[in-house]
Write a protein that binds this ligand. Sequence first.
Ligand code: NAP
Length: 530
Amino acid sequence: MQITGHHLIAGAEVAPTGSLFQAAHTAQGTPLEPSFSDATSEHAHDALLSADAAFDALRLSSPETRAAFLDSLAEEILALGDTLLERAHQETALPMARLTGERGRAVNQCKMFAALLREGSWLQPTIDRAQPDRQPLPKPDVRKVHVPIGPVVVFGASNFPFAIGVVGTDTVCALAAGCPVVVKGHPAHPGTCELLARAVYAALLKHSLPAGSFSLLQGRGNEIGLALVKHPLTQAVAFTGSLRGGRALFDAASARPHPIPVYAEMGSVNPVFLLPGALKERGDKIAEAYIQSVNMGVGQFCTNPAIVLGLSGVDLENFATQTAAHAEAVPPASMLHRGIAEAYEAGTAVWHTIGGLEMVGRSAENPDHDASQAACRIFKAPLEVVEANEELQREVFGPCSIITECADLDSLLRFANGLEGQLTASLHGTEQDLKDFAPLVRVLERKVGRLIFNGFGTGIEPCPSMHHGGPYPAATHSYFTSIGTGSIQRFVRPVCYQGFPDSELPPALQNSNPTGAMRLLDGTLTRDAV
Ligand code: NAP
């Protein structure tokens, strides 16, 4: 399949005009054909007008039609074959094995939401039957179900071109809910975005769903993103990326005459607490797993363990020494694009100037180390140094991390109490450690979206019980997840029907329960008919 550089608006090809840009081959630093252009506010208007026009047909399509569409989308993504993998490899420098795995995750996400639609309970149908004889007043028949909210704007992340990109969770769950989607393509991998967008159209066409259900606009810079967020027809925004970007879009959405939600996932430092029993028992194994986690995806994960904390002493000293040996064995590797590699160099260069922070481990020198590559860097500092320097408590995107020495449980608690919202926190310990450090766990429950015991936050399982989000600034709404089936709840809202005749209710609320969904009927969960 050929990449044209076109914007794709409701299936129509819009050739590049005006300000042009090209993707770069990250590792080689050379431009890739073809040229793309920066979408304009007129393009944003056309895409959202088409999305709004498609909304009724999409939302009123049967769940089975949308499920079959998602199954077809999974097939269409796979049918892009090596063309997709090779282009993504050039644009992101992610290894082919990682991209193949991530493609599998994107395909499985499509199938997961297809299964969710077929099962039906995500609509959360709730029925309270009438009690005409109730005293002193009769009780009306009241029923509630979720409905899709309307056009959704999606900003994909640079680090997951498939699973959090054009066909990532945000797009797939919005379409599953019945919401049309306008994607702002990531400017670092526009060719990958175009190929994936074509897969979406092929699947829509197969199931006679309107082409206006989906558009892809390419562009660099903030204007096009802001135009999409401010457009009056946009009903919600999904974003994964930097705190600065997510916050700018959140503020723009809040300042609209009709504010809309921005579901932004903006990363965190994901503290790891090494409790004494585990450190003594298996510090060497934890050190190895820690360095693997820090370097997974060249450290370009929002769940990267950027700060590790333990009680000062010989076990923590040994741990630091062991991490140094493992870090040395990790070769420098290409980051997603040269801008991110430069930001990593600049971020860690600042760390080098901070007194009391020492580098205890790094990748062994590589004479071929080029400007796209990042070396693993592990630092160590007393807690007081980390607390006194705010920049050490903020994410530096890449394979770096700080081992932090704490004097006692009180200082661990002080640090945990001062934490901003986090996506994850990990505790390495024995069961006895968990009991002894229960106050720490109680504090972390208030700070994070996911608590991990004897593991690391990297490697997220997209399943119903996953929560990928957290208190601000990890995310803009701590209730919602951006990964797993729960993510669909961002794009629906409840509508209550009071006193409606059975035949005019949405299927999920009808007495016979034609959808077969689990429903809350007079306070009891059941699939039974009324
Ligand atoms: P990003 O710079 O936040 O960009 C993500 C998307 O949002 C891009 O399409 C970008 O387009 C757009 N955007 C960013 N700021 C905007 C603004 N003020 N107004 C309108 N649109 C805006 O994220 P990234 O490119 O994925 O990576 C850069 C940094 O984000 C990394 O260094 C890292 O710190 C962080 N990051 C976090 C996660 C995470 O999972 N939370 C994932 C990846 C990266 P333009 O670039 O064209 O403006």
